[in-house]
Design a protein around this ligand. Structure first.
Ligand code: SF4
Ligand code: MG
Length: 336
């Protein structure tokens, strides 16, 4: 198998005063070597919690991983001690967040911050470390590395700071980079540049990337495969090509309709999905999308749909895909 990471049946809850929030429910997916796999969903759909669990970043309590495994080269990340996890971070996997300003140290030169990320995990001579840091600045497309090396975060623009964060995350050549909404805070042009940079680095360094986003446009531009999350559940997953050309889940239909059409003259945002996600204190026992779904049938409220596979590697958790459902192709055609 070519899987670098395999997540199976992940379940994460959070204890709050109001009760227990079921943030992630029975989530399974994998990441192949050298690919960009996107997890897309609205805020609160569980995508950040999913990757934070994998990185050992869930505060426990109030968080609790109830079930599941996350195998990196067959090693279960969910079972690692803090110390073991620390060792893996930077060498095997690292993470980039949405807001680079809060993740960078404002009082430290950026060159030093990149060096620190190298020396925490690797024993290299001083000159070698500096050379590597300089290389990383160049690699992420920042002009004048010698000068930039000695500057502080506030001397960089938002897009440049995100490049520095990527340089820090990739300085130790991790096999897996997790990027949680890395471009959300950036304006559209800079966003496109940072995404191009990630694609480029993936090619050059053969890094696998999990890209978290709420934006299907970003997915289309960047990723090879995608998992669509809704209310803590992966409702559909497959190659980007499959999901865009042959979506099989009403929630995905809704998401696709709400992407602004770049080719259209009007540039208007299309139909938003009506209603709001279910309460995760007591999620419905059936399909979580049922309360908003215009195709909902009795079975949808009664039972959680299993993953129905339409093409190899393309799964949708929706009863419409059950061959026993009458007129399924008609319904699906009508949905698009
Ligand atoms: Fe709609 Fe039923 Fe499919 Fe859920 S399982 S998305 S309610 S048709
Ligand atoms: Mg998030």
């Amino acid at each position: 198998m070519n899987h670098l990471l395999e997540v199976n049946n992940l379940e994460v809850n959070f204890k709050t005063y109001g009760g227990e929030v079921k943030a992630v429910r029975d989530v399974s997916f994998h990441v192949n070597k050298g690919e960009i796999m996107a997890i897309v969903g609205e805020s609160g759909s569980g995508k950040s919690v999913t990757v934070q669990s994998i990185m050992g970043l869930i505060p426990m309590p109030p968080g609790k991983i109830n079930n599941g495994e996350a195998l990196l080269h067959g090693q279960d990340l969910l079972k690692l001690s803090k110390k073991q996890m620390q060792k893996l971070k930077g060498s095997k996997m690292s993470m980039v967040f949405q807001d680079p300003m809060t993740s960078l140290n404002p009082t430290m030169k950026v060159g030093k911050q990149i060096e620190e990320s190298i020396t925490t995990h690797q024993k290299l001579g001083k000159a070698e470390v500096k050379k590597r840091a300089m290389e990383m600045i160049r690699l992420v497309g920042i002009p004048n590395p010698e000068e930039r090396y000695n500057q502080y975060p506030h001397e960089f623009s938002g897009g440049m700071r995100q490049r520095i964060m990527i340089a820090i995350a990739l300085a130790c050549r991790p096999e897996l980079l997790i990027a949680d909404e890395p471009t959300t805070a950036l304006d559209v042009t800079i966003q496109a540049q940072v995404l191009d940079l990630m694609k480029d680095l993936k090619e050059k360094m053969n890094t696998s990337i999990i890209l978290i986003t709420h934006d299907l446009g970003v997915v289309a531009e960047t990723a090879e495969r995608v998992a669509v999350m809704y209310a803590g559940v992966i409702v559909e997953s497959g190659t980007v090509e499959e999901i865009f050309s042959n979506p099989r889940h009403p929630y995905t239909w809704g998401l696709l309709e709400s992407i602004p059409d770049v080719n259209s003259e009007t540039k208007e945002r299309l139909v938003p999905i009506e209603g709001s996600p279910p309460d995760l204190f007591s999620p419905p026992k059936g399909c979580p999308f049922a309360p908003r779904c215009k195709y909902a049938m009795d079975v949808c409220v009664e039972a959680m749909p299993p993953g129905f596979e339409s093409e190899e590697g393309h799964q949708a958790k929706c009863w419409l895909n059950d061959p026993r459902t009458p007129n399924v192709e008609e319904l699906i055609a009508a949905g698009r």
